[in-house]
Design a protein around this ligand. Structure first.
Ligand code: ACO
Ligand code: OAA
Length: 432
């Protein structure tokens, strides 16, 4: 950026004058360029929320947010959702191409063989109170994994990375199912790899002790599809967290555990849980849907239309379009009707024809309808985000590996614009 593009300004911080120059408006960036504070590094732009900053080059996922297009490794999300399986998509994201049938069966067999957890995990997870949020259990258990598999932690040993990849994908559903059972005060049930990845996850989650669990193919298909839809989304908040932790050469488990923490936030993966809370609040209150929308538009503190809006999509999230159809199908299949689904549809209808939402290009995102499907399957709201985490795992792994293999990767370390006090002298406690 040449100096000619900068319009200097001076700000005062205490008694000191600091010279800054503002970058002329770039869409979505009202960045401040520091001209005098960071002479040693040259110009630094202030870009809160990274609205306008690319952190890496990536070959994994393509999004055109204006057109509502999402592709994994070049394949449209609609085709993958209709035809693929979750583990095939995981292979695609991680290895770059769709597997041959032999590659897929070897990969699947390897993952399914490792779904068992060391018995101590029952103690670890069992030590959590039953009202602990399963996301806390998930991130803790993932950060414990390197303690049990030290041979898989070296980020620069390709065999170790391959092992960590398989172990993480294998153990995560078992951890999630254990966390679910712990939250219900139920005994944890170990995996039966012969059933397959998704059916066995459902069995571990819902099996009643001692009784055989009848797997419902329609639910397996729906969950498989939802996991595919969540599998990657380029540099979202949790993935960026995984990358930044990994950029310090932290192992895959430590990086993903941090990513799980980021995902839990209600502005990110935790929105699926927040949507259900919002719909239930509307249902329980005497207010109608329009009243809630007025509160949103008046920007009442803490009131947003959860499951709406997206940093990248300024059009309908292609995944939300798929999820909406699946919600109808799953409810019909289970012979359920859900008043909350009607409320969600009504909210969407109002939003899509309301100037507030039109001007801000706010559309339903992937989190808007997913919770209604998980609920219909029998999952309580606090399991919605762990389900998202199981789905996002291949993306985290693929992005972490891509970063580790990129020779241009540097430790993630943004600069800041310091606005605190300039230098001052320490005063003893009685002099203040
Ligand atoms: C898997 C995922 O992570 S998908 C996202 C899940 N999160 C949610 O569903 C939570 C609700 N949505 C949001 O909070 C936001 O849309 C985010 C966090 C997803 C994106 O945030 P940003 O890109 O930073 O947009 P930002 O918060 O600046 O919003 C831009 C404008 O739209 C408004 N806006 C954005 N989202 C919403 C919403 N859900 N409801 C009401 N208004 C909204 C903001 O108030 C702001 O209005 P203003 O220009 O008058 O100040
Ligand atoms: O991309 C984002 O900002 C949020 C995200 O993870 C997703 O939509 O799946």
């Amino acid at each position: 950026m040449s100096d000619a593009t900068l319009s200097p300004a001076t700000f005062r911080v205490d008694d000191h004058e600091l010279e800054f120059a503002r970058v002329p408006a770039v869409e979505g960036n009202d960045g401040v360029v520091i001209s005098n504070l960071l002479k040693e590094t040259g110009l630094v732009t202030l870009d809160s929320g990274f609205m306008n900053t690319a952190s890496c080059e990536s070959k994994i996922t393509y999004i055109d947010g204006d057109e509502g297009i999402l592709r994994y490794r070049g394949y449209p999300i609609e085709q993958l959702a209709a035809q693929s399986s979750f583990l095939e998509v995981a292979y695609l994201l991680i290895h770059g191409d769709l597997p041959s049938s032999e590659e897929l069966s070897q990969f699947t067999e390897r993952v399914e063989r490792h779904t068992h957890l060391h018995d101590n995990f029952k103690n670890l997870i069992g030590a959590f109170p039953t009202d602990a949020h399963p996301m806390a259990v998930l991130s803790s258990a993932v950060s414990a994994l390197p303690g049990y598999y030290p041979e898989s932690v070296d980020p620069f040993d390709s065999h170790a990375v391959e092992l960590a990849t398989v172990l993480l994908l294998a153990k995560l559903p078992t951890i999630a199912a254990y966390a679910f059972r712990q939250s219900r005060g139920q005994e944890m049930i170990g995996p039966d790899p012969s059933l397959g990845y998704v059916p066995d996850f459902l069995r571990m989650s819902f099996s009643t002790n001692g009784e055989p669990y009848e797997v419902d193919d329609a639910l397996v298909q729906a969950l498989n599809l939802l996991l595919i839809l969540h599998a990657d989304h380029e540099q979202n908040c949790s993935t960026s967290t995984v990358r930044i932790v990994g950029s310090a050469h932290a192992n895959l488990y430590a990086s993903v555990s941090a990513g799980i923490g980021a995902l839990s936030g209600p502005l990110h993966g935790g929105a699926n849980e927040a949507v259900l809370a919002m719909l239930s609040e509307i249902q329980a209150s005497d207010d109608d849907v329009d009243t809630y929308m007025d509160r949103v538009k008046n920007k009442e503190k803490g009131v947003r239309l959860m499951g709406f809006g997206h940093r990248v999509y300024k059009n309908y999230d292609p995944r939300a379009a798929i999820v909406k159809k699946v919600a109808d199908k799953v409810l019909a299949r289970l012979g359920q009707s859900d008043e909350l689904l009607d409320i969600a549809k009504r909210l969407e209808e109002i939003a899509l024809s309301d100037d507030y939402f039109i001007q801000r290009k706010l559309y339903p995102n992937v989190d808007f309808y997913t919770g209604l499907i998980y609920k219909a399957m029998g999952f309580p709201t606090n399991m919605f985000t762990p389900l998202f985490a199981v789905g996002r795992a291949p993306g985290w792994v693929a992005q972490w590996r891509e970063m580790m293999e990129d020779p241009t990767t540097k430790i993630g370390r943004p600069r800041q614009v310091y606005t605190g006090s300039p230098s001052r002298d320490y005063l003893g406690i009685n002099e203040r």
